[in-house]
Structures are given as structure tokens and as C-alpha cells.
Design a protein around this ligand. Structure first.
Ligand SMILES: NC(=O)c1ccc[n+]([C@@H]2O[C@H](COP(=O)([O-])OP(=O)(O)OC[C@H]3O[C@@H](n4cnc5c(N)ncnc54)[C@H](OP(=O)(O)O)[C@@H]3O)[C@@H](O)[C@H]2O)c1
Length: 424
């Protein structure tokens, strides 16, 4: 590779704009770190007329993907467009053309990462994707680098900062005595107004985004291919301000967590769902539009990272880190990526956990009938409370098997509203 590294940047939106800005602002630093100058040859966009302050030279803009991919002088293609297609096909084309690729695209890496990693290996080029999980946090590089000599036993993360922002807003609303019933809608609206949530927020609030990131994170942590469909997913749309209120009363935090762990029988279990965590958990302090990852391994014991999980500059920081890595080490290792090995996964029903239950029934008699089967399971109840409509009672269970517990709860749900939240 020459002293100049030539780049095609696909996308000049939030992340692409951030990358172009940091490339310009830190040009001297990047040269000092790598001995190379970075030259942007093409910037691919849809709309050539849109004003773009971050693009250094408007002549570099193109709406023709082939121009950006096939230019023989380009060394590295940075895919910062998002979505499955045409991003996946362009990554494939770039690898086939012998270019190194950097992507921030968790959807492509979760759905087709295995195929693309194999292709990059065959082509003798590098495919890096640090920005696809938890924005600026260098978690994927840590797992493949400094922590690679550990057997990882558990990875717990707040990997979707939009939902973390919404949950924090709901918490704030109940702390200020705003109505608990409307807390979710009000918080989502605020997230959309602040640019944290999209007009169609389903990928974030239904847990899909966190599921994609979990597939990537778990694969690298446990060196095992993790099919997306093996990851249990539950979003935050069913949560109420009352759940946040109870979390506070019980001295806990309520977060949408990504949890992957190696079970004693060797199977891997990965899941995404709202989770109550104790104050002592390092992720308790990860609030608002932040991300955090807490890891356990047999050498380092435990470690947590916490920082901006999204945004132009924070995400660009991870993309540029990958660029520096390619400038320094353009040749991939000759061994096949160990994270592509197949291994057994376990469904969430195999786990044993504690649960928070919030029962809402029309009256005390109806509540009593609900309590009895739960008392047999060892659940401990808080005093009941009248609501505007009906009566509410909260309970915490001892550790129970998920599969058996959910079967019992399904029966109770025919008689009353039963909110169930898992404990870490
Ligand atoms: N935003 C974040 O904080 C963040 C954090 C971590 C990872 N990511 C990931 O980074 C990627 C980019 O996200 P973003 O927020 O920067 O998206 P964005 O603001 O919507 O920008 C997308 C850019 O790609 C261009 N583009 C999209 N489809 C195209 C097509 N078919 N042909 C040509 N150009 C196309 C758009 O062109 P126009 O400008 O002409 O529309 C735009 O410049 C996604 O994979 C996302 O998941 C984002």
C-alpha cells in the first residue's frame, strides 16, 4: 500500500458526515498514527443537490455506486448508508473488487456477516465493523484484541441508546409526578423531537436493533456463529410508567438489555428484553442516549465500557479507528475467523431467573385469586395499591425456570393484566 490511502465513502448522512469531518479535522494526527495520508475520492449519495457542509469537494459527490466501488485507485470502501440493500450488495461488490471494507451497518453484519467475512477472507482483504455495535465503544476490537485470550462467560449490554433515552425520560416523568399511563408515548415523542428516534421507531422500540447487535457481539465474544432467529427479542412498547415507578421503589434500574452467556452445558443463550438491574450493576449508571457493555471473562474477571452509543462524531470515531487499523495492518490473518464456527444455542426457556410481576385486577377479590398460585411459587408481594381503575400489586419471585413460569403466567393472563419483567 502506498503512502496515500484512497477512500470511497458510501453515504454522507449522520455517520458519513461525521467521518468526513473527523478525517479533515484530524488529518495530521491520522498521518502521524499511520504514516499515510487519507484521500477521499468518492462520496456516494442519493441526492446530489442536497447541501453538504462535510463534503470537502463537491466534485467528489456521485450518485453512481459503481463509480464509487470499481475505481481501481480506491483502497478502502466505507459503507455508511444503512439498510440491507443495496448496502449488502455494494459491500459484496467492493470485497470482490479487492477493496478493504469498513461498515457501520449492524443489519447487514447480523444477517449476512458470515458470508461477507468468508468472502473478505478469500479475497485477502479486511472487513471491519466496530461502529455497528455501541457507537464509539471499542468493544468488538477489545474482544478480538486485548481480551482475545479470555474465555468470555457473559456479555451484558445497553446497546440501543434510543430505548435507553426513552426509559430515562419515562423515569423522569414519574419522578415529576406526570401521568404514568402516558409516560411511554410522551417519552417516544421527545426522542423523535430530539432526533434520537426515527419517525418509524419500530426497529429500536421492538428490540430488532438490539437483536442485530447482540448477534454480532455474541459471535465475537463466544467465537460461535449466532443465528439471528436464535436470539430471543422483546422490546419496550409494553412498559408503563408504573414499571419505572416500581423499579425506583425497589431500588433498581429498568433497561433494555442484550444478554449473551455460555451455559454450564456449553450451549450459548442470547436474548434481548427489558430487565431490572440492581444499583450495584455497572450498567445502572448508563442513562439517556448512552450505551454500555459489561463483560465477564476467566482472565480479566469483569470489565465495563460506557460512552456515546450513537451520533455523528462518536460513531465516526469507531469508523476511523477501523481505518487506522487497515492502514497499519492491511493483510488479514491467514486463519479462518474462529467466530464462524457453529455451536449449539439454547432457547430462553432453558434459563432460570427471578421475575418482577405487576398484577392489575378489577378488585381485591380478583387479586387474591391471582396471588394464590404465585405464592405457591414463592413470590413475595408488596402491599396492593388502588389505581384510577382497579387494584395493582407487585411481586418478586425466587429463581424459576423460564419455560415453566411463562406457562403458568399465560393462564393468569386470561384473568387479569400481568406485567412480567425479568431480573438480571
Ligand atoms: N446515526 C448513528 O448515530 C449511527 C450509530 C451507529 C451506527 N449507525 C449506522 O450507520 C449507518 C448510517 O447511518 P446514518 O445515521 O448516517 O444514516 P443517514 O443519516 O440516513 O445517512 C445515510 C446516507 O446514505 C445515503 N444513501 C442511503 N441509501 C442510498 C442509496 N441507495 N444510494 C446512495 N446513497 C444512499 C444517503 O444519501 P442522501 O443524503 O442523498 O439521502 C445519506 O447520505 C447505518 O447502518 C446505521 O445503522 C448509525
Amino acid at each position: 500500500m502506498s503512502k496515500i490511502l484512497r477512500l470511497s465513502v458510501l453515504g454522507a448522512g449522520t455517520v458519513g458526515g461525521g467521518v468526513l469531518t473527523l478525517l479533515r479535522e484530524n488529518a495530521d494526527l491520522l498521518q502521524a498514527q499511520t504514516g499515510k495520508r487519507f484521500e477521499v475520492r468518492h462520496v456516494l449519495v442519493r441526492d446530489l443537490q442536497k447541501p453538504r457542509a462535510a463534503v470537502p469537494d463537491p466534485k467528489r459527490l456521485t450518485a453512481d455506486p459503481q463509480r464509487a466501488i470499481c475505481d481501481p485507485r480506491v483502497d478502502v470502501v466505507l459503507e455508511l448508508m444503512g439498510g440491507l440493500e443495496p448496502a449488502r450488495t455494494l459491500i459484496r461488490d467492493a470485497l470482490q473488487a479487492g477493496k478493504h471494507v469498513i461498515t457501520a451497518n449492524k443489519l447487514v453484519m447480523a444477517v449476512s456477516g458470515d458470508e461477507l467475512i468468508r468472502l473478505a477472507h478469500r479475497q485477502g482483504v479486511r472487513l471491519l465493523y466496530e461502529a455497528s455495535v455501541a457507537g464509539s465503544l471499542p468493544i468488538l476490537n477489545a474482544l478480538q484484541g486485548s481480551l482475545a485470550g479470555n474465555r468470555i462467560t457473559r456479555v451484558v449490554g445497553i446497546v440501543n441508546s434510543t430505548t435507553n433515552f426513552i426509559l430515562r425520560e419515562m423515569e423522569r416523568a414519574v419522578e415529576s409526578d406526570e401521568p404514568a399511563e402516558t409516560a411511554y408515548d410522551a417519552a417516544l415523542h421527545k426522542a423523535q423531537e430530539n432526533g434520537y428516534a426515527e419517525a418509524d421507531p419500530s426497529s429500536d422500540v421492538e428490540g430488532y436493533d438490539a437483536q442485530y447487535k447482540t448477534a454480532i457481539l455474541a459471535r465475537l465474544a463466544f467465537l460461535q456463529y449466532v443465528p439471528l432467529e436464535s436470539i430471543y427479542r422483546e422490546g419496550i412498547t409494553h412498559l408503563s410508567g408504573r414499571d419505572l415507578l416500581w423499579a425506583k421503589r425497589l431500588n433498581m434500574g429498568l433497561k433494555l438489555l442484550s444478554i449473551s452467556e455460555r451455559l454450564p452445558d456449553g450451549r450459548l443463550c442470547a436474548r434481548v428484553h427489558p430487565t431490572l438491574i440492581p444499583r450495584e450493576c455497572p450498567l445502572y449508571v448508563v442513562r439517556g442516549a448512552f450505551s454500555g457493555v459489561w463483560l465477564q471473562g476467566n482472565g480479566f474477571q469483569e470489565m465495563s465500557l460506557h460512552g456515546f452509543g450513537a451520533g455523528a462524531r462518536a460513531t465516526a470515531s469507531a469508523v476511523i479507528g477501523d481505518l487506522i487499523e487497515i492502514a497499519r495492518h492491511p493483510k488479514p490473518l491467514k486463519i479462518e475467523d474462529p467466530s464462524l464456527r457453529t455451536g449449539e444455542t439454547a432457547p430462553i426457556e432453558s434459563l432460570t431467573m427471578r421475575y418482577f410481576l405487576r398484577l392489575v385486577a378489577p378488585d381485591e377479590d380478583a387479586l387474591r385469586a391471582l396471588r394464590e398460585p404465585l405464592q405457591l411459587l414463592g413470590a413475595e408481594f408488596q402491599p396492593s395499591e388502588p389505581l384510577a381503575q382497579g387494584v395493582e400489586q407487585v411481586a418478586l419471585t425466587p429463581p424459576l425456570n423460564e419455560g415453566e413460569f411463562q406457562t403458568r403466567i399465560a393462564r393468569l393472563r386470561t384473568e387479569a393484566t400481568v406485567q412480567v419483567i425479568r431480573l438480571l
